[in-house]
Design a protein around this ligand. Structure first.
Ligand code: SAM
Ligand code: SF4
Length: 321
């Protein structure tokens, strides 16, 4: 599927729920309201859309949330996505807390890879950020389990002003062969009230320990991360720095929220209400047209440098990251 700037859109993120078992302060702090169950698409509805997206050229689907593994049936959904003709890769972004329970079933269902989020290896700081105890241990255990199961895993950490001291311990996961990516805090939802850490400053901190960290022309998966390698690290360190280093020109993705709303760009509210179409009896051709039109009109670039231009007011947990 080409947009009007000639970008090939072949990657779809599906947020299957806006609910989560954690309360990360930059994403979904305590007190956020959940979308009513009836407003959230049923798996059959997601699958119907996934088939249409695949027929239009989407090859990679990432299942996200909220926390995708809090929704019953997530494993079967992964299995069903894997069976959709044209979808070559199904991945998941998760906080890792439920992988001990579902990891084996996900591997058996054919999950191709997983991104696990953790912002600090300091248990106290991790609790302060996520609102929950035990996340560091559960992520360590999840990474070990995914390795044992042969499912490639990466670690994602949001760069926060108060996690500067956590960068090196987080990066040490790369010594064990896990690619680690640092995500620049985006001024979306409640994220706009948090203080982030500049990615260049973060790289400087890492170079204090691994001075040979140098840019690598690596591309792992469908992501926008740019990577650095060191002779002392078994895996690369990546940065996803959408705010300070715009990568919109090579953006290949669109997002489907749990409410069935198709978002062509994170920053903007404009998109297509596929749920309304689905539930008003639209046939596949109508859905196809709505998707293709929305993708065609994907904005040229985000507006993080001018936050007053951001029209998207939903939380990241409602969009899927
Ligand atoms: N619950 C899952 C998880 O935490 O991995 C999946 C959903 S979460 C919304 C997806 C990703 O978005 C996580 O890595 C999270 O850290 C990131 N995220 C949430 N809010 C963000 C923000 N304001 N800026 C940058 N990343 C954010
Ligand atoms: Fe939940 Fe993920 Fe948001 Fe944290 S980042 S509150 S784990 S959805």
């Amino acid at each position: 599927m080409l947009d009007k700037y000639g970008r090939n859109i072949n990657y779809l993120r599906i947020s299957i729920t806006d609910r989560c078992n954690l309360r990360c302060k930059y994403c979904m702090p305590d007190g956020c309201e959940s979308v009513p169950h009836d407003d959230i698409l049923r798996y059959e509805e997601f699958l119907r859309l996934a088939r249409i997206f695949a027929s239009l050229g989407v090859e990679h689907v990432r299942v996200t949330g909220g926390e995708p593994l809090v929704r019953a049936g997530a494993v079967d959904f992964v299995r069903a996505l894997k069976a959709v003709p044209g979808i070559r890769k199904v991945s998941m972004t998760t906080n890792g807390t439920l992988l001990a329970r579902y990891g084996e079933a996900l591997a058996e269902a054919g999950l191709d890879s997983v991104n696990i989020s953790l912002d600090s290896t300091d248990p106290e700081l991790a609790r302060e950020i996520s609102g929950s105890d035990g996340v560091v241990d559960s992520v360590r255990e999840s990474l070990a389990l995914m390795r044992e199961l042969g499912v490639p895993a990466k670690l994602n950490a949001v760069l926060l002003a108060d996690t500067a001291a956590s960068l090196v311990p987080l990066a040490r996961f790369a010594e064990e062969g896990v690619p680690v990516r640092f995500i620049e805090l985006m001024p979306m939802g409640v994220g706009r009230f948090e203080r982030g850490l500049d990615p260049d400053a973060a790289l400087g901190i890492l170079r204090g320990v691994w001075p040979d960290l140098s840019p690598a022309g690596l591309c792992i998966g469908s992501g926008p991360a740019h990577y650095y390698v060191s002779g002392s690290l078994a895996a690369p360190i990546g940065f996803i720095d959408a705010v300070s280093h715009r990568f919109c020109a090579s953006c290949n993705r669109v997002r489907l929220t749990s409410r069935g709303y198709l978002k062509p760009c994170l920053c903007f509210e404009a998109g297509a209400d596929l749920r309304a179409l689905l539930r008003s009896g639209a046939d596949d051709a109508e859905l196809e047209r709505a998707i293709a039109l929305c993708v065609f009109n994907k904005p040229r670039q985000h507006c993080f440098d001018e936050p007053q231009e951001i029209t998207e007011a939903h939380l990241m947990s409602q969009i899927g990251g």
